[in-house]
Structure formats: C-alpha cells, structure tokens
Design a protein around this ligand. Structure first.
Ligand code: CP
Length: 313
C-alpha cells in the first residue's frame, strides 16, 4: 500500500489496512533497537520538535529516542519554558515554529483537537498527536496493538477488557477504536461514573461489573484514575476502588490462562492494579514501553522519511 498521510492525528481516521502497515513497519524498526549501534541514517537532516504541554515520561522519551535512532535532530519545548507563559497562543507558537522549517512537530496538549488545528494550519510540517485532552492517544493504541499482535500472533477475535476511568482516558478511546478496527471484541469495566454514556457507539460493550469484564479475557488493559481531569469525586476511596475494580491475583483467575496484562502507565500500584499482577508473569507492561520506541520510529519514518511517495507490498 501507499502511506501518504502528512499527519498522525487519531486512530479514528486510520483504516485497518493503514494500522497493519504501521505495525509491520514498527516490527521492522524493532530490529534497529537490538543492534550494538542503535542508529540508522534514515532521517538525517530532518528536524523533530517535541512540544509537550502536559507531563510525560514514556511518550516524550520514546519519541526522542525514536527520532535519534533514525538520526533526526530533536528539540524539546514545554509550555512553561516557551513564550506561551507570556500569553502567546498555540496557533502563533506553531506558526513561529513552522517558520524555522521543522519536519515534524509532536504535540501533547490538554485540549482535544489541538493537534488537528495545527495539522490544518501548517501546510508542510507533519503533526503527530502525542495525546490531546480526553480525546485520543493514537501512538499508545498503536504500541498496544503491536504488543498484542507480537505476543498472540493475531488480534482478530481476541477478547480485550479495558477497565478503569474510561471517561477521562484518551488511551481508552484510541484502544477501543484500534482493537475493534482490527477485529477484536472490546469489553469495558469500571465505575459507572467513569464510563461515558454512548461509549458503545465506538464498538465496545459495557460489562456489569469488573469480574464480568475480566471473565474469559485474552488481554486486560488497566487504566489509571485520572484525578487531574475529574471535576468531582467519582468514587469513595482508593481502598474501595481497589477492592471493587482493581486487578488482583484473585480477580485475574477469571481471565484466560494465557491472559496478557497491560497498562499504558503511569501505574498507581495498589489502586487499579496490585504489584503482584503488575510485576507478575502475565504482565507485558514494560514490553509495551519497549514497543513504544518501535512504533514511534515507524511513524516518524512514514511521515518524514519520504515513504509517503514510496510503494510497498
Ligand atoms: N502512556 C503514556 O502516555 O505515558 P506518559 O504520560 O508517561 O507519556
């Protein structure tokens, strides 16, 4: 197929064929990270700007590592260290960045749709969404898909349970769309106060309780409670949440014997997941992080490496 996208903004607009192509490219990128010299010249002379308005450990670091492994030049800007503190708008900031002719801007922003606004505005610079408000986190979903496909060999017909604060989770939205597009069944669990009305329209079903969500699952994705996005208290206490909704060894017994445990991070140990499960034999949480580098190398390569004009079979 030809991958001709200038920007990577969401999972919603990607086809299953495009997702498979990105995952295949990421699989090939992974080999580079295993070499003694983890660097190829593919993006030599390209400039990648990391523009993060919200905190990040995994996404920011892995994008920077990915860009450097492809020999791109990188620079980081945060809202606190930019002229935004003097009142400059996002649009003006982006226009000024574009005037310096970067090839890619990777943006994380607290407003849903901020990357889409920049993508429309900037005609030559590629935009990659590293998480926009409560909307989408497409690169997280792609690395989740890559990790499941790598471990299970396929995605179609797997039962994927996503449990936790669905309402405030951009990862949940991107994962639901990504896994359903690839033919998996997605079941949601968590407090009803944290499951938005109408979420079934994305293709998922809502389980009556956490045990039902976990029952028969091939993959369980646990989510952190996003206290920073909640307007009011949506559950009584961490202790109660852990008991009713958290993943512990007892609840895990209801899943399939070869279940995979995933979490986008950061983890709140003892709240949504116990340490025994997070560090246990079914956990592939750190493998997700490893694959985050490969997926982000693939995306940078596809939008900035000239692949938009290259045929592939
Ligand atoms: N999964 C994820 O987005 O983690 P960070 O917030 O650390 O980037």
């Amino acid at each position: 197929m030809q991958f001709e996208r200038k920007d990577i903004l969401d999972i919603e607009s990607l086809s299953a064929e495009e997702i498979s192509f990105i995952l295949d490219t990421a699989d090939r990128m992974k080999e580079i990270s295993k070499r003694p010299v983890k660097k190829v010249p593919t993006l030599r002379g390209k400039t990648v700007v990391l523009f993060f308005y919200e905190p990040s450990t995994r996404t920011r670091t892995s994008f920077e590592i990915a860009a450097k492994r492809l020999s791109a030049d990188t620079l980081s800007i945060s809202s606190g260290s930019s002229s935004m503190v003097k009142g400059e708008t996002l649009v003006d900031t982006a226009r000024n960045l574009e005037a310096m002719n970067p090839d890619v801007i990777i943006i994380r922003h607290y407003s849903a749709g901020a990357p889409h606004t920049l993508a429309r505005l900037l005609k030559t610079t590629s935009i990659i969404n590293a998480g926009d408000g409560m909307h989408e986190h497409p690169t997280q979903a792609l690395l989740d898909l890559m990790t499941v496909r790598e471990k299970k060999g396929y995605i179609r017909d797997l039962r994927i349970a996503i449990i936790g604060d669905i309402s405030h989770s951009r990862v949940a939205r991107s994962d639901i769309m990504g896994f359903t597009k690839m033919g998996a069944e997605v079941v949601l669990g968590g407090p009803l106060t944290m499951i938005p009305a109408g979420i079934e329209s994305l293709g998922a079903t809502v389980a009556g309780n956490s045990d039902d969500a976990v029952r028969g699952a091939d993959v369980i994705i646990m989510l952190r409670i996003q206290k920073e996005r909640q307007q009011s208290f949506l559950y009584p206490s961490d202790r109660e949440y852990s008991k009713v909704f958290g993943l512990n060894p007892e609840r895990l017994k209801k899943a399939k014997k070869d279940v995979l445990i995933m979490h986008p991070g950061p983890i709140n140990r003892g709240v949504e997941i116990s340490s025994e499960v997070a560090d246990g034999p079914y956990s592939i949480i750190l493998e997700q992080v490893t694959n985050g580098v490969s997926v982000r190398m693939a995306l940078l390569f596809l939008v900035a490496g000239g692949v938009r004009n290259v045929n592939s079979d």
